[in-house]
Design a binder for this molecule. Structure first.
Ligand SMILES: [Zn+2]
Length: 106
């Protein structure tokens, strides 16, 4: 599943993202040859590049099993909002090997 359809244009620094299937969004480059566009929202990842475009893909995709697990963590009716947040961070740690613990103050 596509959760975020987005790139960073390494020329202008903008990070256009496509919110839905026909949401076609260009970066802010004034020159056509460096410009990039994203399209497709959560349905498909489509890119249009100028011939000198330089992009970093920032899209987030997740397989169906992990998506379902996160949805269940967020919609657990036995928990209040803090309990649901705890569910989500435990799921990230235990099922996705992502520990969000901050060990230092920012
Ligand atoms: Zn750009």
């Amino acid at each position: 599943m596509i959760l975020s359809n987005q790139v960073r244009c390494n020329h202008c620094g903008e990070e256009p993202w496509s919110a839905h299937r026909h949401d076609f969004v260009w970066c802010g480059c004034p020159q056509e040859d460096t410009r990039v566009a994203v399209d497709g929202g959560m349905d498909y990842l489509r890119r249009i590049y100028g011939k000198n475009a330089d992009v970093t893909d920032m899209s987030i995709t997740l397989n169906d099993k992990l998506c379902r697990g996160l949805e269940e963590a967020m919609t657990d009716k036995t928990k209040n909002d803090l309990g649901k947040l705890c569910n989500v961070v435990r799921f990230l740690r235990d099922e996705m090997d992502i520990n969000v613990t901050q060990r230092e103050e920012d």
